[in-house]
Design a protein around this ligand. Structure first.
Ligand code: DGJ
Length: 732
């Protein structure tokens, strides 16, 4: 495994355990062309796949003109303005107002290990487990260089890539980057389907598949965050791809702001997929000697359907993206105050809730919104990060100490990036909000966004975060962000740099969170953005878990968690049991179903335990025991999606198998009951076909091969919204 350069053919070959990726330098001009991405190949001679000898391609060889070539050749990093009329990765505006870019190969280097991307989250790996390639391309007319960086990992079938753009200063004192994407995949169309994830507040990451049509299509965010509405991801699937079969090419961006993920099917039956920071309102000035680092894109090829892609992404993120001591540890069972108390609390009430929860086995109390300044409701006080002593006499310290005394840890909610117009902070610094001079900025949840691109603002915010975190024994932080970016103007940026604001904002958030991780390495950080509007690989680099959605209804969560788990490890997926009728949809579901669904994620409670029925309370210790029993399995095991309520409108089923294949946990939810039905025979996955498995609680033993190919009958349950868990244990 690793990266090879075949000098004779001028071909680069990147190998992961089961895949190969090939590209090479085309003779005449030095274009870097993409040859192949798919199952592992033996050789490196794949340059013929670029078909540069075929008309209408090569101008030098067959007299056809250059534009025909540029508009059809498979480029590794296509540029705009010189004749490739498909979507492309790089656009540059010169001082003279021109936009043409044309890149040719200059040099390359291959090294063991992976360099971090300055200021950006990225996957990591050491000299023993990954190899990196840098290919430098240049446009000598512009004095512009592009470093394309690739990494392959020894232990996972993923490739990462990114681009660094440099103004050498040889030709232009300043270049303006108007589009810098991170990755491109040029392929032939195979009647692809396009898979993307979309949603809204409380309906995040719902899977959508559609036939790929000629033209451009995809998803994007221009909201300043990756958003509830879209995920920075796309996958191309061969027809009929299922969880277990079919070919999948996937791209995922390690980034938390505006993005575009597009696929374009062209006039010649080719497809170009691109992914990167959205060019919308993007203009980055590169003075001589300066460079711009585009975020990292993750590429995965799977010939084992969507399930293969999912498990590769899970392994990559668990092994090479998540950081800190909590990523491999069981997290405390938390009780969050939000749905149980909203803004209506004082210390006595919180302690009473916590005491009631502790008696049932809950381990950490998280105080959500409402503890600071004059925060009576969500219309005010963001930015005033001083404890409201009227609500919490003795401050956070007293609360934390009393919780600790009852054996509970203490966690706290903050929304450090925001400023309410009705706040002392805004009254003192109205210019600190992102805004355009002379235009009244729009409010969203009655708040503005702090302009973190200004040093003094970032330092102020960091100062308050640090002061709060050191004021009491706080062992967990929920870092929230509850609005989208609009009215993009920074009073700290010159006019020629206003187009950098959205990107710089995200980078400033990364800087704050990096400081947080360094200063408070043992504090468990959970990111959140009005539910899951910033659930992306970028934020995962800082927090090992992210709040999945404000919709905590167990049935609504089925599609949300299915979409989330398609890409992200279960250990990252913030999921809580909440009270019924559910606060988002008014539905009442059985307590055990709520528990089973939340167990697929980080698990915790979001309610006032004192207000539960006795019957509900009685079930909590057993639920928590399940969490303790299965957490290691769910955190480290292989995830298989067996049935989708989103697709079949009746029931949902998933399975997690331990890495040693000795234990399998199957969870199913029967959403709607129907009369006179047989059991559902579900084909299990991931088991050892040569082993036998006992169904726990029975004396029934099944062959692994029989469960894989014949299946396991799941009995119909009595009533709607019912669920059941089955455990299969390998016999010695
Ligand atoms: C949005 C989050 O998603 C909720 O869980 C809660 O923390 C509220 N914000 C508080 O304002």
């Amino acid at each position: 495994m690793g990266i090879f350069y075949d000098e004779k053919n001028r071909t680069f070959k990147l190998d992961t355990p089961n895949t190969s990726y090939l590209m090479g330098v085309q003779d005449d001009f030095g274009y870097l062309l993409h040859y192949y991405y798919g199952p592992r190949l033996r050789g490196t001679d794949a340059s013929y796949l670029a078909r540069t000898d075929e008309p209408p391609y090569t101008p030098a060889r067959n007299g056809r003109d250059k534009l025909s070539f540029l508009d059809a050749a498979p480029f590794e990093y296509p540029t705009g303005g010189t004749g490739d009329f498909r979507t492309h990765c790089l656009e540059v505006r010169t001082a003279a107002g021109h936009n043409a870019v044309e890149l040719a190969y200059r040099r390359h280097s291959i090294q063991k290990g992976k360099r971090p991307l300055p200021g950006l989250p990225a996957t990591f790996g050491g000299e023993l487990d990954c190899t990196a390639l840098t290919v430098t391309l240049a446009d000598d007319v512009l004095g512009l260089e592009v470093d394309l960086e690739y990494t392959v990992f020894e232990d996972v079938d993923a490739i990462t890539r990114s681009a660094l753009i440099r103004n050498t200063g040889a030709k232009e004192p300043a270049l303006y980057l108007t589009k810098v994407l991170s990755a491109c995949l040029d392929m032939d169309d195979r009647d692809f389907e396009l898979l993307t994830l979309h949603g809204s507040w409380a309906r995040e990451r719902v899977i959508q598949r559609r036939p790929l049509a000629v033209g451009r299509q995809g998803v994007f965010s221009e909201r300043g965050e990756t958003s509830h509405q879209a995920q920075p991801f796309l996958a191309l699937l061969t027809p009929g791809t299922t969880q277990t079969q079919g070919q999948v090419w996937a791209m995922h961006l390690v980034w938390s702001g505006n993005f575009e993920a597009q696929a374009e099917a062209d006039q010649f039956g080719q497809v170009r997929a691109v992914l990167g920071v959205s060019p919308w309102n993007f203009c980055w000035k590169l003075a001589a000697g300066e460079s711009f680092q585009a975020p990292e894109a993750v590429l995965v090829y799977s010939h084992q359907g969507l399930g293969g892609m999912t498990r590769t992404l899970h392994d990559l993120y668990r092994g090479h993206l998540l950081r800190g001591p909590w990523k491999d540890k069981k997290r405390p069972v938390l009780l969050n105050s939000w749905e149980g108390a909203y803004f209506d609390f004082d210390t006595e009430k919180l302690l009473a809730m916590a005491k009631s929860g502790a008696a049932l086995g809950m381990e950490m109390f998280v105080l959500d919104d409402g503890w600071f300044g004059d925060r009576r409701d969500d219309n005010r006080a963001l930015g005033d990060w001083y404890v409201n002593e009227k609500k919490l006499p003795g401050g956070l310290k007293r609360l934390a100490d009393e919780l600790n005394a009852m054996g509970m840890k203490f966690g706290l909610w903050m929304e450090p990036e925001m400023i309410s117009p009705d706040s002392d902070l805004y009254r003192a610094h109205p210019d600190w909000a992102i805004q355009i001079s002379g235009r009244t900025a729009g409010l969203c949840r009655n708040q503005y966004i702090l302009d973190l691109t200004r040093r003094e603002v970032l330092e102020y915010v960091w100062g308050r975060v640090e002061a709060i975190l050191t004021s009491a024994n706080i062992e967990y932080v929920k870092w929230d962000m509850n609005r989208q970016l609009s009215d993009l103007g920074s009073l700290g940026l010159t006019s020629d740099r206003q187009g950098e604001l959205s990107c710089r904002y995200v980078m400033a958030v990364y800087e704050l969170q990096e400081r947080f991780c360094k200063r408070f390495p043992n504090v468990l950080l959970e990111n959140c953005s009005g539910g899951g509007a910033r659930y992306d690989p970028g934020m995962l680099y800082y927090s090992p878990q992210i709040w999945c959605s404000d919709d905590t209804d167990a049935i609504e969560r089925l599609a949300i968690q299915e979409g989330t788990a398609l890409l992200y490890p279960l250990s990252t997926m913030g999921a809580h049991v909440s009270a019924c009728p559910n606060h988002a949809v008014g539905r009442t579901t059985p307590m055990d179903t709520r528990g089973h669904v939340a167990l697929a994620g980080t698990f915790g409670y979001e309610l006032d335990p004192r207000k539960l029925t006795e019957e509900e309370r009685e079930q909590i210790p057993d639920q928590i025991a399940l969490y303790h029993r299965f957490n290691a399995l769910l955190r480290t095991g292989d995830y298989y999606r067996l049935a989708s309520y989103r697709e079949n409108h009746t029931w949902d089923c998933w399975q997690v198998v331990s890495r040693d294949r000795r234990t399998a946990l199957v969870t199913y939810v029967q959403v709607l009951a129907s009369a006179n039905r047989h059991s559902r025979r579900v084909l299990l996955q991931g088991l050892d076909p040569a082993a036998n498995y006992r169904l726990e609680g029975t004396d029934r033993v099944f062959g692994g091969d029989t469960l894989l190919h014949g299946g396991l009958p799941l009995e119909p349950l009595w009533g709607d919204f019912r669920s059941k868990q089955l455990v299969l244990l390998m016999e010695d």
